[in-house]
Design a protein around this ligand. Structure first.
Ligand SMILES: [Zn+2]
Ligand SMILES: [Zn+2]
Length: 76
């Protein structure tokens, strides 16, 4: 049985690092499978540790375009 070590972030389960397959004597024969060994690393990836998608929505301040205040009257 071949093994392939796959490291994942424990928090978000994103892929951290996929190692090369460690082949055994019957590697490549029909019906032969590669056993995936998942190793968790104890933190979140860069995306999920620094970004919080829920926070920030609706908090952006839109600049006044001047459209409503009459600075730029609509041309017809
Ligand atoms: Zn094998
Ligand atoms: Zn992630």
């Amino acid at each position: 049985m071949c093994y392939q070590v796959v490291e994942r972030y424990a928090v978000c389960r994103c892929l951290y690092h996929k190692h090369a397959i460690d082949p055994c004597a019957v590697y490549g024969q029909s019906g032969h499978t590669v056993q995936e060994k998942t190793v968790l690393v104890g933190y979140a990836c860069g995306i999920h540790s620094s970004h919080r998608p829920e926070v920030g929505y609706g908090m952006g301040v839109l600049p006044d375009s001047g459209y409503e205040s009459g600075v730029y009257p609509p041309t017809r």
